[in-house]
Design a protein around this ligand. Sequence first.
Ligand SMILES: Cc1ncc(COP(=O)(O)O)c(C=O)c1O
Length: 488
Amino acid sequence: MTKKPVSQVLIALDPGSTEPLYKQLSKALVGAIEQGHFNTAELLPSSRTLANDLGLSRNTVNLALQMLLSDGYITSIPRVGHTVNPDFQAHLNDQPRPRSESLGWERRLATDTSDFGHIWKPANWSTYPYPFIAGQVETDMFPSKSWGRAMRSALIPEHAGASLHDLVDRDDPLLIEMLRRHVLRGRGITAKPEEILITLGSQHGLGLVAAALLGSGSMVAIEEPGYPDARHMVRSRGAAIRALPVDDQGAVIPSDLSDVDMVFVTPSHQYPTNATLSIGRRQALLSQASRDDFVIIEDDYDSEFRYLGQSTPAMKSIENSGRVIYLGSFSKFLAPGLRLGFVVAEPPLIEHLRDLRRYQLRHPPGLLQRALALFIESGDYNRSVRRIRKIYKEKWAAMSAAVETHIPWPVPIPTGGLSIWVTGPPDFDATTMAELAIDQGVVVEAGEPCFVTQPIPRNHFKLGYASTPLPAIEPGLAMLARVIDRLN
Ligand SMILES: Cc1ncc(COP(=O)(O)O)c(C=O)c1O
């Protein structure tokens, strides 16, 4: 049984008090037991230790211990010492933990996030037989072996400095080089090293850009339906939102955007409809940006997953004004849990984002950066993307067929992305459907949080399939169809 030193427990005695010292000591020891500093598995400090450490006579300490024994707080183990009485411990365990008075945190918080609506899924979504959710992956698709190799290589002496040293505000130069050569080039983007910042995912990139460029009084145009997290990040900077309607060619570009400071778009696969922003609209948006002097955030989170036709080049690759701030992510091509992404923008902005990032977290882990760099350099990254794209293409084909068979309304099937957006008749309640589906083992994301304009429609939902096992697609959608049938 261990014995805890008295120095680890606060025992404050007041020699000037009229209360005898032995009573003060017994009260202090009861307080320490109540706060969990001692338990039945350890010995109290011996009377000699207590006397020495607290500058008391052995008599005073023994009197205090006697009092605790007779009151049943502690028990004596002959020739060993004292420990907390198990009955008293059991009583303490049954007590609700005393809660401290609330400090009125709501009043102290700088931003109010209480009405931010989120895409909801159960925390244990992966245990459901039919998880149709976006933003997650099947863990056994992850290239664990080659990633493990890259992680081990990142620790050999040649790479250990980059992996283990504090980079302060810098990034791993090898990762920057690999991004330039193997990732950005594939998107048609040519960028100098000083135009790239590594982030903990594109959401982190957007948070940094919002912190750098937005404040109260700013206006941001965001697609509606759109990515709720982007909207929330913008709003938490105090900026106002202007909704950009969306159709089958992506965001509709209004002729006047002179009131906005920033436009947030997802051109490759519009979130959540997956429509691809047409080339005409891309050009219209770029011209509009010059005319009305705003910047464009291009969130290119899942560009690699196109199953029909060619990938459209990034907007960043067809502009030379520097107005496009490009957000990239490895969440979809590798795994969201890695938390790795990047921003491409003009050097003065990147330098400022670097400063902001430094005071948040210095830099994304060097070990992850170097491992990713080696993973790309070895060719494993491109192999992995090709393999995963093939699997997703099979899932996309299975989804398209099953949606056609089971969903009772016409559903536009996108040519890429990782989900299918379904719009029911105006009076259909997809939020209730999603709740009922859970009981049948089907997890579906209701579309409500993607909207801002009142009245919020409830007739849309999203069928993600990156994390759905291929064999679960057909029976899962058949099951969903039965739930829809009950509601119709
Ligand atoms: C529109 C959009 N942007 C970005 C991301 C990826 O974010 P991150 O790179 O922070 O994981 C997602 C993932 O769900 C997304 O849906």
